[in-house]
Design a protein around this ligand. Structure first.
Ligand code: ATP
Length: 434
């Protein structure tokens, strides 16, 4: 590299559709293609933004590369041509955006873009806001179609520019393009072995309780598998146990997955807005009900008396059994995203259990046998002794759940949700969902 080198951050988003492609694949491909005239300075970034955004293809991901190069114009030209040729432009919901930031701009834009990144993880941003920002900061950018991808591209650049956010790592192995769309081959036993050898330094590779592989997607995109963990060493170690079909390329990303970065602390239900994600404390105020489709729903009341529905949807599997054990009066903290006035629960902290009573017919004071109902509003009578009583017997029964922190199983984990194993020792017992 000559002394005339330039450091450059490239942010890219919104290139894929449900039928194919994946923005992370484009990132890995560009890193490799650019390697002859640009050096990668730090791990590529994969950030997950607001999980409730309706335009997302799957996990609302965006990516950024940090490069060092002699000829920035050549790099920019290469990236733009590649995105133009590989993005699923025919798809209505694919609206690519690319942002380029050179090192002479880093200091000027660092704070603004870092704030923008945090905002995009929690809030809803308009395309106009992103366009105004990129022009106002004087950044080079390229958009295609309505340019919505600019929001994610700016956010990924903001993440690359700021180091002070909690992060984890993901190792993604990509398939050879010619086999994309066919069933994937990743040996299941080798994934369970990889998990045994590296958990809890890696996580969400498999789901032990539900006996499922979690890290292999099923769509037509080029991702073969993704191994998540606390550092690059651990994810690489897990991969050394995996047997699979041939891999075209791999990339290790620094990511905000598993950090709860999307959650906002809400003090009251009246503060809650659609398409945002919250930590909310309240009291269970009705028996959980399981509705058609297998979703379990209950209502939560805050100190002001306002209520909101909370749901453990069918894909959360065994987690619903825990939710069904809640009773009115239990004090809990729920963590999850709000859409259609319902919190989609990612985890729950049970902080107070209400006593549960069993109501039974009273015992006969003479013979000790249980009395029978004497008819509506007429109390109870002992058939043998003829004694009667108007008082039912109420006895406290043991609750089948305990105070503590519970999470959905790995098979239902949302990208941003922080695994309980990543929490500092909590004052409450922790029940990992695997
Ligand atoms: P994949 O995970 O397969 O890469 P995706 O789920 O990331 O796909 P995209 O195709 O990137 O989905 O679409 C998400 C779109 O939403 C992008 O255009 C992105 O810029 C935009 N977006 C991201 N965060 C926000 C936000 N907070 N407010 C508004 N728009 C957003």
């Amino acid at each position: 590299m000559s002394s005339e080198y330039t450091k450059m951050i490239v942010g890219i988003d919104d290139t894929d559709s449900r039928d194919g492609m994946c923005t992370t694949y484009l990132c890995a491909l560009l890193r490799d293609e650019l390697s002859s005239y640009a050096k990668t300075v730090s791990d590529p970034i994969l950030v997950r933004l607001n999980p409730t955004i309706p335009y997302k293809t799957r996990g609302n991901a965006s990516v950024a590369l940090f490069l060092e190069c002699d000829e920035p114009e050549k790099v920019m030209d290469h990236v733009i041509r590649k995105v133009a040729s590989m993005a699923c432009m025919e798809n209505e919901n694919t609206n690519p955006g690319i942002v380029f930031i050179t090192d002479d701009q880093f200091e000027k834009v660092r704070k603004t873009l870092s704030d923008f990144f945090r905002h995009a993880v929690k809030e809803v941003i308009t395309i106009d806001e992103a366009k105004e920002l990129v022009s106002g900061l004087g950044l080079k950018f390229k958009t295609f179609k309505n340019g919505r991808g600019l929001i994610g591209a700016l956010s990924a650049c903001g993440a690359m520019l700021s180091q002070d956010w909690d992060h984890t790592y993901e190792y993604i192995a990509y398939r050879k393009l010619e086999v994309c769309g066919t069933p994937r081959f990743v040996d299941g036993d080798s994934l369970f072995e990889a998990d045994r050898q590296t958990y809890p330094d890696t996580w969400d590779t498999v789901d032990l309780k539900n006996e499922m592989v979690v890290c292999v997607p099923h769509a037509g995109d080029p991702v073969l598998y993704g191994i998540r963990g606390k550092d690059a060493y651990s994810v690489e170690k897990a991969v050394s146990f995996i047997r699979s079909e041939p891999v075209e390329r791999v990339c290790i990303y620094r990511t905000n997955q598993g950090t709860d970065m999307h959650l906002i602390s809400a003090s009251t239900i009246s503060d809650i807005q659609e398409m945002h994600s919250y930590i909310l404390e309240g009291q269970v105020c009705c028996e959980p009900k399981t509705i058609r489709g297998g979703h379990t729903i209950f209502s939560l009341k805050d100190s002001a008396g306002d209520t909101i529905d909370c749901a453990a949807f069918e894909p959360t599997k065994n987690f619903r059994e825990l939710i069904r054990k809640l009773i009115p009066g239990d004090r809990i903290v729920v963590y999850g995203s709000v859409t259609e006035r319902t919190v989609n629960i990612e985890k729950i902290k049970i902080i107070g259990l209400s006593p549960k009573y069993e109501v039974r017919n009273p015992l006969c004071p003479s013979c000790g046998k249980r009395m029978k109902s004497a008819g509506s509003d007429q109390g109870y009578r002992c058939r043998k002794c003829g004694t009667s009583s108007m008082v039912t017997e109420r006895s406290e029964v043991k609750r089948e759940i305990g105070i503590g922190f519970y999470e959905v199983p790995p098979c239902a984990r949302r990208h941003l949700a922080k695994q309980l194993l990543r929490f500092e020792k909590d004052e409450l017992p922790v029940f990992a969902g695997r």
